[in-house]
Design a protein around this ligand. Sequence first.
Ligand code: CAA
Length: 389
Amino acid sequence: MKVGIDLLHFATANYYLGLDTFAAEKNIDVDKFYVGIGQEKMSIASPDEDIVSLAAKAAAPILQKINSSEISAVLFATESGVDQSKSAGVFLHGLLNLSNRCRVVEFKQACYAGAAALQMATALVKANPKEKILVIAADVAKYDLETSGEATQGCGAVAMLVTESPRILEIEPGSGYYTDDVMDFWRPNSRTTALVDGKYSTKVYLNSLKQVWEHFTESTGKSFTDIDYFCYHIPFTKMAEKAHQTLVRKAGVKLTQAQFEAQTLPGQLYNRIIGNSYSASLFISFISLLDNLTSNIENKRVSFFSYGSGCVAEFFTGVMQPGYQSVLMTEKHKAQIDKRTPLTYIQYLEFHQQMGASDENIVLNINNYGPYRLAGIKDHKRYYEKMDN
Ligand code: CAA
């Protein structure tokens, strides 16, 4: 039985900060960002946007195409949870009017949790083919001002419907995985911004890639040349480039520059202009690959490297299904990116200061264009609304 991703859609915020604006404000050569870390823009969440509103925007177009009462579980992966106890997925369940005959749970392990949720959804459907599982990976990547991480913020949510006989990608059995208790990036409960040991985190990321590759090749018998396209967790696109160079060296293969770029570049285009979205970034990379390739890649194999600081990593593969192009939502993705509004540096500072800063009573101004937004907080409870647009 084939199991995997049947439908796939992402959402990002309505605003972005250009790294040219950022560089000018900080008096830094913009090529440090355009070339050095490979980023152009960061999607910035307004105060009335969070992982729940982003997740609802990501999931709604999928639910319009199916009988949403059949969703049997929502597995919600995030680093930027909105409550220490209640799963963000339960807020989403209410907002999207899903069936009460559904289980909802939140997954956490920094940027890795989306891959964990996808693997567990696949296993659940294999155990019971009637299951239709909504996997969400959603994050707002937020660092303190004037820190090394500030230029690598962003936000986004990916919704994936996992079913038997999937129309987009069959997830293949077998993977390589790795855990090591390290402090490269973390966020104590009291903080809304992550702490990071930036340079160290890039080293741990690359070491984890080598470890999961060894495990993956040993446990599946597959080799580099069995894979056609490579998607990576992308905190910034230069990291994915370094990851692919590392994998090519590790696997002992020789590639021309054109082959190297063909395997990875289309899967970086969206991430370059959205920024980091932690648990969602690997899957935004996959969507970027599908939306930006000009050729049909039916029956081709795509690999996924998920890395979550702290750290847990996994390398797995999937096979593109015949006819997949007919169910892609490319136009919706492109329109959403194109209609974002640029922020001035001062507006960015205002959003940064307010976003997720407090759980005190507040009625939030409408900045988020919808169709879902965080309306306010009352008695420490978050209230979401659907807008008529
Ligand atoms: N023109 C071209 N290139 C330039 C340049 C210029 N004018 N100025 C600088 N550069 C290059 C540098 O040479 C450097 O290249 P290399 O990495 O190849 O050496 C690159 O631009 C970055 O410059 P710096 O090292 O000086 O940048 P920095 O000190 O500001 O930090 C960073 C970079 C550590 C990645 C920082 O952005 C950071 O802390 N980011 C957050 C942490 C992160 O994303 N880690 C990734 C791995 S962990 C993970 O993946 C989980 C997660 O999502 C967080």
